[in-house]
Design a protein around this ligand. Structure first.
Ligand SMILES: *Cc1c(COP(=O)(O)O)cnc(C)c1O
Length: 361
């Protein structure tokens, strides 16, 4: 590891692979003989066109995205998609079903309500979002225009351990905090979106992967930069796309391919998460309160049950180079976000430190 770099467990923006940062640094002042940086380059230049075309090709390759899906590179974050999904898709019957499993899915449902009839088809809020509802608990409407889920709940540390059956109703998933961490059968979804700053690129880029037949029915009031048809027809260049984050996303996808693809990366992710959960399950001090089947590979939450002790842990961990372990304010305690780019060594070091802290306290 590069000298003086810490293990950063931030939920996002978060760590990027060191080799990616090094390559970006090497290419920064003079990108491939162009005499300029990607940061300074027209998005309509030939040189940049090759970058965005390669970014899409690499993403399609690592995620195995079928031909009949469009890939869009956008701005506005996952939060803008809360509205964009509704404005583009809630237009047949004006109805959509939302399954609420945490803060972001709740926000998504609230935003969509502005545009149509939103039904909460399942929620685990009364249980503090400690688990993902089972299929049998879902109250889905057959005439909904889509069903929305948040596949990985960044704040609560839960993850869908199955893909809900929605019949002919398209499934829409917010995958901001788990995209590229596990193999996903894209064909099971009508639309996948993700803010890139968790597992893919720096902040500023949002990815939308949408089945072609769902494009072209946006509400007439949809802003042009949110209209999937306008964006797809312009190959994400209706206006200026987030050029530098798209370039980093390309490098990240190349890095994933170079280490054996998402499948190989997932083996490491499972190993990292298992080591941490195994430690938590055996610990007398730290507790994880998520139902075992719903545990996230990417965001691991834990508490001591004593707020002062939690604060002491976060402070002392930072002193030994384990940073950003404070839990989200909605949950308290600690959260270790162990995205793709967090090295296994960092997770092992965290576990060692937790052991020492447990003994000392
Ligand atoms: C971070 C996050 C968001 C919000 O993303 P922005 O890009 O900040 O809008 C939404 N959903 C999930 C699951 C997230 O992790």
């Amino acid at each position: 590891m590069f000298e003086n770099r810490v293990f950063n467990f931030s939920a996002g923006p978060s760590m990027l692979p060191e080799t990616v940062l090094e390559q970006a640094q090497k290419e920064l002042l003079n990108y491939q003989g162009s005499g300029m940086s990607i940061l300074e380059m027209s998005h309509r230049s030939k040189v940049y066109d090759a970058v965005i075309v390669a970014a899409e090709a690499e993403l399609r390759r690592v995620m195995n995205i079928p031909e009949n899906y469009k890939v869009l590179f956008l701005q506005g974050g996952a939060t803008l998609q809360f509205a964009a999904v509704a404005m583009n898709l809630m237009t047949k019957n004006g109805k959509a079903d939302y399954i609420v499993t945490g803060s972001f899915s709740k926000k998504a449902a609230k935003e969509a309500k502005k545009y149509g009839d939103v039904h909460i088809a399942g929620s685990t809020e009364s249980e503090n979002f400690c688990r993902i509802p089972r299929q049998s608990e879902l109250d889905l409407r057959p005439d909904a225009d889509y069903v929305h889920i948040c596949f990985n709940n960044t704040i609560y540390g839960t993850h869908w351990d199955y893909i809900p059956e929605t019949g002919n109703v398209p499934l829409v998933a917010d995958m901001s905090s788990c995209i590229l961490s596990e193999e996903v059968d894209v064909s099971k979804f009508g639309l996948i979106y993700a803010g890139a700053q968790k597992n893919m690129a720096p902040a500023g880029l949002t990815i939308v992967i949408v089945r072609e037949d769902l494009i072209g029915n946006a509400m007439p009031t949809t802003p042009v930069v949110m209209d999937y048809k306008e964006l797809a027809d312009a190959n994400s260049m209706y206006n200026t796309p987030p050029t530098f984050p798209i370039y980093i996303a390309k490098l990240v996808c190349e890095w994933i391919a170079s280490i054996g693809g998402i499948k190989a990366l997932n083996v490491i992710n499972v190993r990292k998460a298992k080591a941490l959960y195994d430690f938590l399950d055996g610990s007398k001090l730290f507790k994880n309160t998520v139902s075992p089947e719903s545990r996230s590979l990417m965001n691991v939450t834990f508490k001591t049950g004593d707020e002062a002790l939690d604060a002491k842990f976060v402070k002392e961990a930072a002193e030994v180079g384990l940073l950003t372990l404070k839990g989200h304010r909605a949950v308290g305690g600690m959260r270790a976000s162990i995205y793709n780019a967090v090295p296994e060594e960092g997770v092992m070091k965290l576990i060692e430190f937790m052991k020492e802290f447990e003994q000392a306290n």
